[in-house]
Design a protein around this ligand. Structure first.
Ligand code: AMP
Ligand code: GLY
Length: 427
C-alpha cells in the first residue's frame, strides 16, 4: 500500500520510520518531509494545506492511505475535502474532520464540550470584544495566576499565564481589541489556574472504539528546571512513572470514554488521534487541552514503544474495526532529547554542519530541522529544533543516560539541549 504522510517534523519522521517497518507498506511519501523522512521514504514538495495539489499527487502515485501529522490541514478540513471528492472518497485518511478538529481549533468549543460531558477541566468563561468588561470582572473574581487563552490556533503561543491583575486585564484587552493573536484571539477563554504535573495521553479512535497508546511527558520550556520561554518541545519521556494503573483508570473512565461518547452523541465523525493534554492535580486528572493529532516531541518516544504494526492499526481504524486491535507495547522506557539551535526559540542561525551522526549507537535519530546537501552528503541545521535522539532503557535513568551519551557524540555550532529531562519524575 502506498502511503502519504503530511508534515515535516520529528513526529513525521517517527511515523514514517515506523510505517516503513510494516510488511504491508509500499512506497512511503512525505509532504514536504525533511532530511530524516528522506531516509525512509520519498519527500514531495507539496504543502500539507494545498488540498488540490495533494489530490493530484494521490492520483498520480496511487496512494491508498494519508496520515495527517499537523493540526492545520485538519482544522482546514482536509478530511471533509476527501469525503466530498468522488476520487478521494475511498482513500483512508487518518485524522478527524474539521468539526472534530475543533477540539484543538477552538478552546471555547473544547471547553463547552467538556462541560457538556462533565469531563474534568479548569472552570472557565469565554469573552469577546463586546464582553470585555465582563471579562475584566471575571478576572477580578479569580485568584492569580490568571490563565488567558486565545480561542483559535496560535502556533502554540496563544496561552498567557500572568501573575498581576492589571497586566492580565491589559493583555485581555490586547487580545480582544488589538488582535494580539490575530483572528485566533477574537474570543478569549479565561480559566482557573490548575497546579500539578502535566502529561500527554493519546488514543487512536475510529469514532467508537479506541486504542490507548503509551503516555508521555514532554518538556516545553527552553531552560533547565522548566524555566524560560516555551518551545515546540525539548524532549519527551515515555512511560510516565506517576501514570500508574489507578491513575490511568481514572483517565479512561473520566476523560477518554466520555470524550468518545460525546463525539458520538454529537454525531461528529472522528477517525484519528486524540491527544489529551492532562494535568495531575492530587492524583486526579484534568484536561488542559485537546489536540486532534499526535504530539511532537511525544511521538519520538511513544512511537518507538509501539511493537505492533502501526499500519495495520491505521487500516483497522479506517475500516471502523479498531475493536479487534490489540496493541503490543515495549515495556522499556524511551527517552527522547531534542537538540536545538543556539538562540531558539528566539533568533538562531541555520546552515550549521552536523557532525558525528555516524558515531551513534543504541539510539534512534529523528530529524526535525535538518537539510541535506545531496552533492556531498553533508547534513546541516535548517530549523530551531534540529533532531531528537531517542534511546531505550530498562529504567528512566538508563534511557536518559543512553540518550545523553549519544548526544555528546553529535556536534554543530551552537548545539543546545536540556540536560535535566526527567528531573520532575524521579520518585
Ligand atoms: P495549552 O496551549 O492549552 O496546552 O496551554 C499551554 C500551557 O499552558 C500548558 O501546557 C500548561 O503548561 C499551561 N496551562 C494551560 N492552561 C492551564 C491551567 N488552567 N492551569 C495551569 N496551567 C495551564
Ligand atoms: N508537545 C505538545 C504538542 O505537540 O502540542
Amino acid at each position: 500500500m502506498n502511503i502519504l504522510i503530511l508534515g515535516s517534523g520529528g513526529r513525521e519522521h517517527a511515523l514514517a520510520w515506523k510505517l516503513a517497518q510494516s510488511p504491508k507498506a509500499g512506497q512511503i511519501y512525505i509532504a514536504p518531509g525533511n532530511a530524516g523522512t528522506a531516509l525512509v521514504g520519498i519527500n514531495v514538495p507539496v504543502s500539507p494545506t494545498d488540498f488540490e495539489a495533494i489530490k493530484m499527487f494521490i492520483i498520480e502515485k496511487e496512494i491508498e492511505m494519508v496520515i495527517v501529522g499537523p493540526e492545520t490541514p485538519l482544522v482546514n478540513g482536509i478530511r471533509d475535502f476527501f469525503l466530498k471528492d468522488k476520487v478521494l472518497h475511498d482513500i483512508a485518511i487518518i485524522g478527524p474532520g474539521s468539526e472534530g478538529a475543533q477540539l484543538e481549533g477552538s478552546k471555547d468549543f473544547a471547553k463547552s464540550f467538556m462541560k457538556r460531558y462533565n469531563i474534568p477541566t479548569a472552570s472557565y468563561e469565554t469573552f469577546t470584544a463586546e464582553t470585555l468588561q465582563q471579562g475584566e470582572y471575571f478576572l477580578e473574581s479569580l485568584r492569580p495566576p490568571y490563565v488567558l487563552k486565545a480561542d483559535g490556533l496560535a502556533a502554540g503561543k496563544g496561552v498567557l499565564i500572568i501573575d498581576d491583575l492589571a497586566e492580565a486585564k491589559a493583555e485581555l484587552k490586547n487580545m480582544l481589541l488589538n488582535a494580539k493573536f490575530g483572528e485566533a484571539s477574537r474570543k478569549v477563554v479565561i480559566e482557573e489556574f490548575l497546579k500539578g504535573i502535566e502529561l500527554s495521553v493519546f488514543v487512536l479512535t475510529d469514532g467508537k472504539n479506541y486504542v490507548l497508546l503509551p503516555e508521555a511527558k514532554d518538556y516545553k520550556r527552553i531552560g533547565a528546571g522548566d524555566t524560560g520561554l516555551n518551545t515546540g518541545g525539548m524532549g519527551s519521556i515515555s512511560p510516565v512513572p506517576f501514570a500508574n494503573t489507578a491513575f490511568m483508570d481514572k483517565v479512561e473512565e473520566r476523560i477518554i470514554r466520555p470524550t468518545i461518547a460525546g463525539l458520538q452523541e454529537e454525531k461528529i465523525d472522528y477517525q484519528g488521534f486524540i491527544f489529551f493534554g492532562l494535568i495531575n492535580v492530587g492524583d486526579n486528572p484534568y484536561v488542559i487541552e485537546y489536540n486532534c493529532r499526535m504530539g511532537d516531541p511525544e511521538a519520538e518516544s511513544v512511537i518507538p514503544r509501539i511493537k505492533s504494526d502501526l499500519l495495520e492499526i491505521f487500516e483497522n481504524l479506517a475500516n471502523g474495526h479498531l475493536g479487534d486491535t490489540k496493541l503490543e507495547i515495549d515495556e522499556r522506557y524511551a527517552a527522547s532529547v531534542m537538540l536545538v539551535s543556539g538562540g531558539y526559540p528566539e533568533n538562531y542561525q541555520k546552515g550549521k554542519i552536523i557532525k558525528g551522526i555516524n558515531n551513534l549507537n543504541k539510539c534512534i535519530v529523528f530529524y526535525a530541522g535538518v537539510s541535506n546537501n545531496v552533492d556531498n552528503d553533508e547534513i546541516k541545521t535548517s530549523g530551531g529544533r534540529v533532531m531528537a535522539i531517542t534511546s531505550y532503557g530498562s529504567t528512566m535513568d538508563t534511557a536518559l543516560r543512553n540518550a545523553y551519551d549519544n548526544i555528546s557524540q553529535v556536534s554543530f555550532d551552537g548545539k543546545y539541549y536540556r540536560d535535566d529531562l526527567g528531573f520532575d519524575l524521579k520518585q
